[in-house]
Each structure stands twice: as C-alpha cells, then as structure tokens.
Ligand binder design. Structure first.
Ligand code: NAD
Ligand code: 89Y
Length: 341
C-alpha cells in the first residue's frame, strides 16, 4: 500500500480525495491546508484523522511514499522542493509552474532526489480522448495530416475558482494547457506555434479566448482553440471536441461523446461517454473520471518504477507551448519556433 498525503484541500482536491478512495494500492493518511476550515471539512468528509496546517510539519511527522499537491500554481515550487528534500514521490496539479525556470528547477530537484514527479495533467486521461487516440493508432483514418482540438463554453468557472477572474493569465494557462497537451498526445511534439488571444468578458482580468495554430514534428498541422465566452445553443462544458483528417478518412469527437469515424468502409458512430463514477456529478464527470485514471496511473508507475506519461520532464514541453503561445499573442501572432522561445 502506498501511503500519501494531500496538500491543499480546496475546490478541486475534493475530486482527488474521492478518486484516491477508489484507487487500489493507495491510501491518503494525512491532509494539509493552511486554511483551517477547508482542512477540517475535508478531514471530516473523508475520515482522515491526521491533519496539518503547515507542510513542513507534515513532512517531519509522517512517513509517506508520496504527496499529492493540489494547491494553486504559486506554491508548487516550494512544496515540490520540500517533498523532494524529504525523498517522497510527487503528483502535482497543473499548471505545474508559472515560469519554465521554476518548472525546470522542480524537475532537476526531483531528479537529484531520485523521486518520481508526475504532473496532474488529466484531460488526456478522459476516456473519450483515449478512444480517439486508439482509433488513430489502429489506422482507422490512415495517417493524420490535420487536426483541431476545441473547447468552447460559457460555463461559469469563476464561481468555484474565483482566482481565474483575477489572475494575470487565464485561459491558456488554466485550460488551454490541457488542450495543448491533448494536441501533443494525439499528434506529437510541436515545431512551431502562433496564437491570438482576446478578453471578451469585461469582468475578468485576462484573456478568455485563445486560438492557436501548431505545426507538429509529425507533419500534422493542428488548431487548438479555447473559449469561455462562447454562448452556444448547447453548452458542452467540459467536453473537448476533436476533428482529425487523415489520408484514409476522418474522425470527429462531437458533443455528447459521439465519436464518428469515416473511411472507405463506411461511417461508424461510437458512444464514448465516460462512466459516471459513484461520486461524480454531471457535467464534471468526464474530468472526474480522468482524475481517477491519472491517479491510478501514478500508483501503477510507482509500483512498476516506470515513468508516468505526464512526468515533470514531459510537462516541460506542454509548458513551453503555453509560454510560446503567450509570446506569440503578445507579438501580433508571430510564429514561435519551439526551443527558441
Ligand atoms: P483552491 O484555491 O480552491 O484550493 C487550494 C487550496 O490550497 C486552498 O485551500 C489553500 O488554502 C491551500 N494552500 C495553498 N497553499 C498552501 C500551502 N503552502 N500549504 C497548504 N495549503 C495550501 O484551488 P483549486 O480551484 O482547488 O485549484 C487547485 C489546483 O487545481 C489549481 O492549480 C488548478 O488549476 C487545478 N485544477 C485542476 C483541474 C483539472 O482538471 N486538472 C480542475 C480544476 C482545478
Ligand atoms: O481549472 C480548469 C481545469 O483544469 O479544468 C477546467 C477548469 O476547472 C476551469 O477551466
């Protein structure tokens, strides 16, 4: 049994706790939050007796195999470095870091300590996205040459996550990071990116719309577009939609988790809806399922001493895209060559 502690008992961490209860071979034995109310509420809800208001005390007092860091980005670096010094494995929420320099320092610290570091980059773990990837890999549409990964909504995310309305950066850093990671997952690493951003909602500080064009090393060109200002006739939060054209056919992941595959043999439509886990609540259930999937993957990797798909090192490439997208948008959508940002 891998023994873990959760640091940060806020809005999204409640999903982590439900998921940990379902993951075989892992148990959360202690909680930490500097907000006493959130700490107590989470401890009561999940029956955890050992609680700490300070992560240093937690690390001194508990014998842990891993920590699950579910705080917002500003505290990731000190907490990751603390855990690395204590030689415990780490799963850390996205966005992993505000800057590439912080991210690189965390990757280096964990490598030097010999501990596993995985970023909780979970959208690629949604079953609909895995189903689409499996169809591409088995050749259902031939060789992909063009793709679109799209997330458009007007869901009120600010109600549960008020910092999204006041942070200096919004949609690329918060949501686009997942959508860029899905593009990497489907089409591979990226050679160039250009981006444009816009703020439509006057009540928030940063951009709530972003459109990005990526040229992948595989030769695929993809469009990654995100919006929290799109008032559609049918709200599909929090579904990521896909369009992929290949040499032998086309794939579409449509609202309501309908995966449509077309090639010379005909057209197939599959229902790739996520399972509704016992604790999940619509419409968040696809994200909640992916939280369970990624946490299970983390424990599988610890048991097998293997590298997680979204290791810290892998996540540097997704963060590099985030940085490059902001740089491009600030420079009239100029094309950024990855590795030169
Ligand atoms: P939140 O503000 O609701 O919760 C963060 C908690 O961490 C707070 O209770 C705060 O008191 C605590 N905290 C902060 N620093 C601490 C420290 N040094 N020691 C102990 N406790 C500390 O935030 P949230 O909305 O739950 O978001 C947390 C993270 O989850 C963010 O990075 C966000 O981007 C991410 N998130 C991910 C997904 C996803 O699908 N992967 C979805 C939503 C949010
Ligand atoms: O914080 C974001 C995330 O990671 O997934 C959706 C979200 O909660 C709001 O954009």
């Amino acid at each position: 049994m891998k023994k873990g502690a959760l640091i940060g008992c806020g809005f999204f961490a409640q999903n982590h706790m439900h998921a940990w209860a379902d993951v075989d071979g892992a148990a959360i034995i202690a909680l930490c939050d500097r907000d006493d109310k959130r700490l107590k509420e989470t401890a009561e809800r999940f029956g955890i007796e050992r609680t700490y208001s300070d992560a240093v005390d937690l690390m001194k007092s508990e014998e842990l195999d891993f920590v699950d860091i579910a705080t917002t980005v500003q505290t990731h670096r000190p907490l990751v470095e603390l855990a690395a010094r204590s030689k415990v494995h780490i799963i850390c929420q996205k966005p992993f870091a505000d800057t590439l320099a912080d991210a690189t320092a965390m990757v280096d610290a964990t490598a030097a300590a010999g501990v596993t570091l995985m970023v909780h980059e979970n959208f690629r773990w949604q079953s609909a996205i895995r189903a689409a990837k499996a169809e591409i890999e088995k050749g259902s549409i031939g060789t992909p040459f063009w793709g679109r990964v799209s997330f458009r909504s007007a869901y009120d995310v600010y109600a549960s996550q008020p910092y999204l309305a006041t942070d200096d950066r919004f949609i690329i850093q918060d949501l686009g990071i997942h959508i860029l990671d899905i593009a990497r997952f489907l089409f591979g690493d990226v050679r160039t990116i250009s981006a444009s951003t816009k703020r439509v909602n006057p009540a928030i500080k940063a951009e709530d719309v972003a459109t990005m064009m990526l040229v992948h090393e595989s030769g695929v060109t993809s469009v990654v577009d995100c919006s929290y200002a799109s008032r559609l006739s049918r709200e599909s939060f929090p579904e990521s939609l896909l369009e992929v054209d290949g040499s032998e056919g086309a794939l579409r992941l449509m609202p309501d988790y309908r995966l449509v595959l077309h090639n010379a043999s005909g057209t197939r439509e599959l229902d790739v809806s996520p399972p509704l886990l016992s604790w999940a609540e619509r419409p968040w259930h696809n994200i909640q399922e992916s939280v369970y999937n990624i946490q299970r993957h983390f424990i599988d990797c610890l048991n097998a001493a293997s590298t997680p798909e979204t290791s810290g090192t892998d996540n540097l490439k997704t963060l590099e895209l985030v940085e490059a997208a902001y740089l491009s948008a600030a420079g009239n959508s100029r094309t950024i060559i990855l590795g030169s940002a």
